[in-house]
Design a binder for this molecule. Structure first.
Ligand code: FEO
Ligand code: CA
Ligand code: CA
Ligand code: CA
Length: 710
């Protein structure tokens, strides 16, 4: 979220550089199939297909001799519709309020549905993963492109469209109506739905026992260093091992053992606190837990009141905000399993959990972003080395790999190198930090931001999604925009966040800072996910194509690929290197609705070193650097970046998944018509007419049955 919050080489099979055949094989054979097939079968069958692909990719690719980005660019548009390239078709399959069970009524979409939202699609669809399902529905099948489980986030809600117009007009945050709060809580969280293509395209199978909602009220376990820590003790869980609910679930991840990871992003606003002192005040302020809440849920349910009301922490919810802000693991194949918050991966505004390359005998690595202005990029490295025997391990494998590990925060140096700073109580800078006296490892896991402050991590322009290139192993992370960068009294420009400029929106010139965002990437030293150093460059700068080509439109964007505010970023496995970029923009929306682009990135260092960005009118209060030297990737061209989709009015494009054959992609359209009201709609997508807008999952296929993106 959210568009209002502007303030808030294609694989050439050359594995010689930094990735062994074993690494590539392990990655492509990820999850449960490795164990099922056995080493002998893997060695012969996969080695054969892998080598065939290397000798002549076109002979084995479903797209034959076609090149990626062979489609015609979709023009920018402000139309209230979805536009995809000629030769492609899009279809809505799952919109806000749609039933996930048989016997649940069709969604009225007029605000009158009550009482059964945990049997319906949540609101504001976001990150998403497709897990193939065996044809007999008995479990995971990594290769099934016709039958699968879609796991998706429902990030937040649009109250305007969830309730009737009269109810919305009467909302009093100090005294909410319980039935409305119940609907709002149940519209958050995660949906797991079975989707099947029986010959006429994918549809939701409402009869499936896998279909499930996890909401803002679902019991969830707390594992890792914060488990049983006094700082997560509540009246609900006096032994500090459980909490209720996952909130503001944004981007996603998946594990080599077949589970889904959902990331808790802007959870702080769901809690209302009293005035606190000392360490508590420092911690709550650092995370933005405030004295007013976004929706007033605490007026109905005490677990949203992070205030001292009882005799001690076992009698109230003073610590409840410490139970949000984690990576949550869910096993989609075990519908009765309890989700688990993995506190070893740190607590912040989690946007993404992107799996690094997977190698037998080496740790499992995830890259994560903290999406707020000036926050950090993180890496988690498991203590345990990956064993293919765990490929079917579900949540117990999660216990093994995600409850113990090393967390790092990134420092980007001005010379194009970088360092992963260890976030642990054993680090002297953390152990002796004067701003906040950490008590133990659990305290560090809970107050990760403060520990990263102590280590001197680099303040970034709002880290959103990360993707790891399937063959090079390089990490790419979107930095969506930052209106604080170089603002008076804030932090200055630096090599990794080098732009400050003024954008014109209509006739307004109030958008300043890094208005359009950029995408940074890094190459781990030695190609190892466990490395503590890396090199980096800025892969791509968002900009409008008519902006200054030296200091704003640095990547040379054209009318066919210009964009603003990159957010979603995801690598297709089926195409071995196609990268999708999705936007959540409020800066270029005078010209175009949010969009999705397809890219074929190269690698770190393929552009210009020591590139000089000349900024203008940078505020002089401590941020006087007009010129910043940085490292930029090769300019975009028509064969490396092209607009694929433009969404309806006021939407954000976020969340993408593909079937293993790459012939179907699922894309989420979030909050169309967000700027409207029930009596003055700005969008009627997807149903048209005078209907209220709804977030929805769209299925996109190529009309010739080919792989998407060629
Ligand atoms: Fe939920 Fe940072 O986007
Ligand atoms: Ca965003
Ligand atoms: Ca503009
Ligand atoms: Ca996002």
């Amino acid at each position: 979220m959210v568009k209002k919050d502007l303030d808030i080489g294609y694989d050439n099979c050359n594995t010689s550089n930094n990735e062994s055949f074993e690494n590539v094989l392990a990655k492509r054979m990820s999850r449960r199939d490795v164990m099922k097939m056995g080493a002998g079968f893997v060695g012969t069958a996969l080695f054969g297909s892998f080598m065939a692909g290397c000798k002549d990719d076109s002979s084995t690719s479903p797209a034959a001799s076609a090149a990626l980005l062979g489609f015609s660019a979709v023009p920018k548009s402000t139309a209230d519709t979805i536009s995809v390239p000629t030769g492609y078709t899009s279809k809505v399959i799952f919109a806000t309020g749609d039933p996930i069970k048989l016997g649940v009524s069709a969604y009225a979409n007029d605000g009158t549905n009550t009482g059964d939202f945990d049997n319906r699609s949540g609101d504001d669809h976001d990150g998403m993963v497709y897990f193939g399902l065996k044809n007999d529905n008995s479990g995971y099948d990594a290769t099934n492109s016709k039958n699968g489980l879609l796991c998706m986030n429902h990030e937040y809600i649009n109250q305007t469209y969830l309730h009737t117009a009269a109810e919305v007009a009467a909302i009093n945050p100090a005294a909410r109506v319980a039935a409305q709060v119940d609907k709002e809580i149940a519209s958050h969280g995660v949906a797991i739905i079975k989707v099947t293509d029986s010959g006429s395209g994918f549809a939701v199978d409402k009869s499936s026992g896998y279909n499930r909602r996890i909401t803002g009220a679902t019991p969830i376990a707390l594992n890792g260093p914060a488990r049983a820590n006094v700082l997560v003790q509540t009246a609900y869980s006096t032994d500090a091992t459980m909490t209720r609910g996952t909130l503001n679930n944004c981007a996603v991840g998946s594990t080599p053992w077949g589970t889904f990871l959902t990331c808790e992003e802007n959870w702080a606003g769901y809690f209302k606190r009293d005035t606190r002192t000392g360490k508590e005040a420092t911690a709550m302020s650092r995370y933005g837990v405030g004295t007013t809440s976004r929706y007033g849920w605490e007026s109905v349910y005490p677990q949203f009141s992070a205030s001292i009301t009882g005799a001690d922490a076992t009698a109230d919810y003073r610590h409840v905000a410490n139970t949000q802000g984690y990576i949550v693991e869910i096993d989609p194949f075990s519908p009765t399993s309890t989700p688990i918050k993995r506190t070893a991966m740190g607590r912040f505004a989690h946007e993404t959990a992107s799996l690094g390359k997977v190698t037998v005998g080496k740790p499992v690595v995830f890259y994560m972003g903290d999406d707020a202005k000036g926050e950090y990029i993180y890496k988690f490295v498991s203590t345990q080395n990956w064993s293919a025997a765990d490929a079917n391990g579900g949540l117990s494998a999660g216990d093994k790999y995600l409850d113990s590990g090393t967390l790092y925060a990134a420092k980007f140096n001005a010379d194009g190198t970088g360092t992963w700073l260890k976030i642990a109580i054993t680090e002297p800078a953390i152990a002796t930090y004067t701003t906040y006296a950490f008590a133990d490892a659990g305290d560090v896991a809970i107050n990760t931001r403060l520990a990263a402050d102590a280590m001197g991590a680099t303040k970034m322009d709002r880290p959103e999604w990360c993707g790891v290139h399937p063959t090079t192993g390089e990490g790419y992370m979107t930095l969506t925009n930052n209106s604080d960068r170089a603002k008076s009294g804030k932090y200055g420009l630096d090599a990794a966040n080098p732009r400050y400029y003024t954008d014109t929106y209509g006739t307004s010139t109030t958008n300043k800072g890094n208005v359009n965002g950029h995408i940074i990437r890094w190459k781990e030293t030695g190609g190892e996910g466990t490395a503590t150093t890396f090199t980096w460059d800025i892969y791509l700068f968002g900009a409008q194509s008519d902006a200054n080509g030296t200091s704003i439109n640095i990547s040379g964007l054209t009318a066919d690929n210009d964009f603003s505010s990159p957010d979603g970023l995801w690598f297709s496995e089926a195409t071995k290197g196609l990268m999708w970029i999705q936007t959540d923009d409020g800066a270029y929306t005078d010209v175009t609705n949010c969009m999705m682009l397809a890219a074929v990135p190269g690698s770190v260092g393929d552009g210009t070193a020591n590139y000089s960005v000349t900024n203008t009118a940078v505020p002089t209060n401590g941020n006087a650097d007009q010129t910043v030297t940085t490292f930029v990737g090769k300019d975009a061209t028509a064969s490396t970046l092209k607009r694929f989709l433009v969404g309806p009015k006021d939407c954000e494009i976020t969340g993408i998944a593909e079937t293993p054959d790459g012939k179907t992609i699922f894309v989420n359209i979030q909050h169309p018509g967000e700027e409207g009201t029930a009596t003055a709609l700005t969008s009627n997508w997807p149903a048209g007419g005078t209907s209220r807008p709804r977030s929805a999952t769209v299925v996109i296929t190529k009309n010739d049955g080919g792989v998407v993106g060629y």
